[in-house]
Design a protein around this ligand. Structure first.
Ligand SMILES: *[C@@H]1O[C@H](CO)[C@@H](O)[C@H](O)[C@H]1NC(C)=O
Ligand SMILES: *[C@@H]1O[C@H](CO)[C@@H](O)[C@H](O)[C@H]1NC(C)=O
Ligand SMILES: *[C@@H]1O[C@H](CO)[C@@H](O)[C@H](O)[C@H]1NC(C)=O
Ligand SMILES: *[C@@H]1O[C@H](CO)[C@@H](O)[C@H](O)[C@H]1NC(C)=O
Ligand SMILES: *[C@@H]1O[C@H](CO)[C@@H](O)[C@H](O)[C@H]1NC(C)=O
Ligand SMILES: *[C@@H]1O[C@H](CO)[C@@H](O)[C@H](O)[C@H]1NC(C)=O
Length: 289
């Protein structure tokens, strides 16, 4: 598969390269009197520099065995104040963190730093047909082991799993999300995402995934995000039918979409489909290895 695209995505990709380079590098500290910039999204102010990013740093340590400040990652997130303005690094020791956790929208600028995606895992096991505390079925989006609503989230060298068993073909309600990103400007590097049906909910906002391992069977990257996947391993564990990505764009005017650049996998059941059934409508694949 060398290069297949719909035309709107050529401009999408170009915009992506430009804006990722200029705007998405975190933290977005200084907005200068940028002349050379062709990216007009930032509010540039002439003749002085203006700080718009977080101020200061905070380190929080988490160790499941008790030698950090907290034993659970959620406890560490809870310790970050509402309307956080600091760069918060949550350093997570190797281990298996069995918890379902949320990073609320009021807590931007949080980084999860694991010790390696082979050694540091956050995992839970909800499925769409499971019942929540209100007695209603959870449905797909609520199953995520980790949900991030905040902007400027990042994660490095850590894995997220949904350990619910993989559905057999034809089974209903077994969607089981490992990670859901609903905040804007998120960055993931060296992360692992493991599940079966609907592993990674790339829900909304601009996201950059670099050198991540993403595994699942059916629609295992889905949502309405506007994202770049670069040098990622997209690993299908589908036995019969499967598809890697299902983008959720509702109209050609939307600027969302998934771009996969230099991603690899040996086995491609169905590359990509929109949730309305048409293949390759909302995804762009470049240089699949
Ligand atoms: C910035 O733009 C102005 C007006 O277009 C131009 O005169 C000036 O040389 C530019 N400066 C730089 C550093 O590019
Ligand atoms: C950026 O925005 C300014 C002010 O709205 C406008 O004058 C300028 O032409 C824009 N530049 C580009 C490259 O779009
Ligand atoms: C840019 O930021 C300044 C200061 O926060 C504000 O007064 C101005 O309205 C902003 N301009 C735009 C185009 O958003
Ligand atoms: C944490 O405890 C578990 C079980 O007690 C053990 O297997 C693991 O090696 C420990 N991890 C660290 C980093 O000490
Ligand atoms: C992440 O892991 C890779 C491979 O083990 C290592 O080279 C890199 O330095 C790590 N980066 C961070 C920020 O932990
Ligand atoms: C993809 O990878 C190849 C080989 O490593 C490299 O030459 C090429 O520049 C990469 N393309 C992009 C768009 O990163």
């Amino acid at each position: 598969m060398e290069f297949s695209s719909s035309s709107s995505f050529n401009s999408f990709l170009l915009l992506f390269y430009v804006c990722f380079c200029l705007c998405l590098v975190r933290p977005p500290l200084v907005v200068a009197t940028a002349n050379g910039s062709s990216c007009n999204n930032t509010n540039t102010t002439r003749h002085h520099h203006k700080w718009i990013g977080p101020i200061g740093h905070r380190l929080i340590t988490v160790d499941v065995n008790g030698s950090g400040q907290f034993r659970s990652v959620q406890d560490a997130v809870d310790a970050v104040p509402e309307n956080n303005r600091k760069n918060v690094m949550i350093l997570i020791s190797p281990g298996q963190y069995i918890e379902k956790l949320v990073v609320p929208a009021t807590k931007p600028y949080i980084t999860f730093q694991g010790a390696g995606r082979e050694t540091t895992f956050i995992e839970w096991h909800d499925r769409a047909c499971d019942r929540g505390s209100n007695g209603q079925q959870l449905r797909t989006y609520q199953t995520a082991s980790v949900t991030v609503y905040a902007n400027y989230f990042s994660a490095r060298n850590i894995s997220f799993k949904n350990t619910a068993p993989a559905p057999k073909p034809g089974m209903q309600g077994w969607q089981a999300v490992a990670f859901r990103i609903s905040g804007d400007k998120a960055y993931f590097s060296g992360c692992g995402f493991y599940g079966a049906q609907d592993t990674l909910c790339d829900d909304a906002g601009r996201h950059y995934f670099k050198q991540c391992h993403i595994e699942g069977s059916i629609d295992f990257i889905f949502g309405n995000g506007r994202s770049m996947y670069k040098e990622c391993e997209l690993h299908s564990i589908a036995t019969r039918f499967g598809s890697i990505a299902a983008h959720d764009r509702n109209s050609p005017d939307e600027k969302s979409g998934f771009a996969f650049v230099n991603c690899s996998d040996g086995y491609w059941p169905t590359l990509c489909r929109s949730s309305h059934g048409s293949i390759l409508q909302d995804c762009l694949f470049l240089h699949l290895l």
